[in-house]
Design a protein around this ligand. Sequence first.
Ligand code: ZN
Length: 255
Amino acid sequence: MKIRGKTSGYVLRTVDYGESDRIVSFFTEDRGKLRGIAKGARRSRKRFANALDLFSCSTILFTAGSGDGFALIEGCDVRKNYPGIRGDLEKTLMASYMIELVDLFTVDGKKNLSVFALIEDFLDLFEENDATEALLRFFEFRLLRHSGYEPSLERCVVCGTAVEEISRPTFRPADGGIRCERCAVPEDTTWPLSPGTAKTLLYGRNLEAERLSRVAFSPRSLGESRQVLHGMIRHIVGREIRSLSVLQEVGRICL
Ligand SMILES: [Zn+2]
């Protein structure tokens, strides 16, 4: 049975299709990831205006089956286009990276309001504030958390020793968490993760988004959290993240 629906969604990806159409993936409030075809989207700029730009937030009118199949995108009205992000190359690259991660960590038809709110919070933050590497790290941590992969940083995953009682915790992506010296696996891929870094990441876990800009990382913590979060994301996704490579090449700050 076909249903007509209306929901809000962020544009995750668009691919040209045929002569005049466009295939679009959204992350929507009501249906999670929604993929569909926007007929005539390339021919008529007026009909979809900026509503299909990457990471725009739009109100989407669609017809779809009851499952997670392909939808017909009948209309799209842009709600937020984020001019502050689009006018800044580095912010654009960061937003593109966040959106690619959301695409990789979500599946069609599975609603996840925490992920929806996460995108909204962080795009609003980047629109209004300086783009910082610390904010990206918090985004990665929260996306992992809301997707069921929260890194386990509070205690050793094997013996349960609390992180503050471990002198040299190491993070192992295959565990998704830290180990103490006694439980460490020396032969495997592991990275140091000091208790201070773990504390900073855990502190930002539930903080309101507007307050995250004020959380300071030491250069060491920033380096450690970058290594650990990217390592975990690579481990889950099974490959490098394309937009992260672009960001690292072009970005002013080393990410
Ligand atoms: Zn242990």
